[in-house]
Design a protein around this ligand. Sequence first.
Ligand code: ATP
Length: 382
Amino acid sequence: MTQTYVPRETAVVGNMQASVPAAASIGADSQNLTVQGVVRQFGSTRALDRIDLTVQVGELLTILGPSGSGKTTLLKIIAGFEYPDDGVVLLGDKDITSVPPAKRDIGMVFQNYALFPHMTVAENIAFPLQMRKVSKSECRDRVQNALNVIDMAGYGDRLPKQLSGGQQQRVALARAVVFRPKLLLLDEPFGALDRKLREQMQLEVCRLQRRLGLTAIFVTHDQEEALVMSDRIAVMEAGKIAQIGTPESVYRRPVNRFVAGFIGESNLFEAQMLDGNRATIAGGISVRLPVSQVPADRNIGVLLRPELAKRLGPDDRADTTLTGKVQEIIFLGESVKYRVRLDEGMEVIVRWPCHAMEAGLQPNDRITIGWNQDDVHVIDWN
Ligand code: ATP
């Protein structure tokens, strides 16, 4: 039996005022997706190395990873543009590993919109319905509903070149969902948009995906985008899934050095276990580890997130204390980042909300910073 995912809470902002009846009439025939033991080899490059993945009905899973980690190859295999050397892809209970792309009932949105330039907006959205031989009257209704859902009801007769980038991407989205796909694939769909529009579209896509109950896979190399949009994130490294989990879990509890360094800003140090729950890092600095994370393995690292640092006054104490000199102050709007050179020679980054500026720190000021035991995270250093 298919288990339906209970989606995350998403902030309701943006201007895509999808009415519930309109969205419901587009509907969704979402299925869960299972990837089992998928391998893809290109010459000596193992682009995918035994990938196992399940995306539940109504879930938005993001595949996040650096360039060359295998994201596109995995997406192409799911879409049917590539075939695996080994392994299977199931949509619902059906093995689609060898089914051609057009027969998979998968909606797709790419970075470059890929709208047909000579067709109007309405014709673009109608295209997948015509391919499926949907009757003219139903086609008209569904296109109109799709236009309502993307808040572009009056735009049906325009050509793509008469639309802004964000509007074109909305049309691409409508075209990808109008035929009630079993799965929606989004490949870096906002790469060409400016930052503000990108953030707006992220939330709009989340809303539409939730409203329609779409099973969706989103590919990006932008970790902030992944944190904002996803129910779960699969972090890829060199053809493997390094970690899969909720945005919070991959951010707060990365399993290894790669994930810790790739998601969020981090102070990462190799560490040697001492007795009890203490470890030392370079310069002989002693770090107290959370009791729940004392490792059996001696080959560990510690992650000290910049925003969890506390600034310590002369009488303040913390479980782990570092002292150094402020090298650089970077104003980021809502927060301020300080690059600190420790007395032991290493650098750390700390970040505090903007009002920390009032403390009046200047470059070359001496500073003592600390992390509480439970704000330290132990990772695998292998
Ligand atoms: P990007 O973010 O840059 O798009 P990616 O994570 O999507 O990267 P892939 O495009 O899946 O990575 O590539 C994974 C690996 O497979 C890379 O080393 C790439 O060079 C290699 N590769 C991909 N397609 C082919 C191909 N058709 N022939 C040979 N090697 C390929």
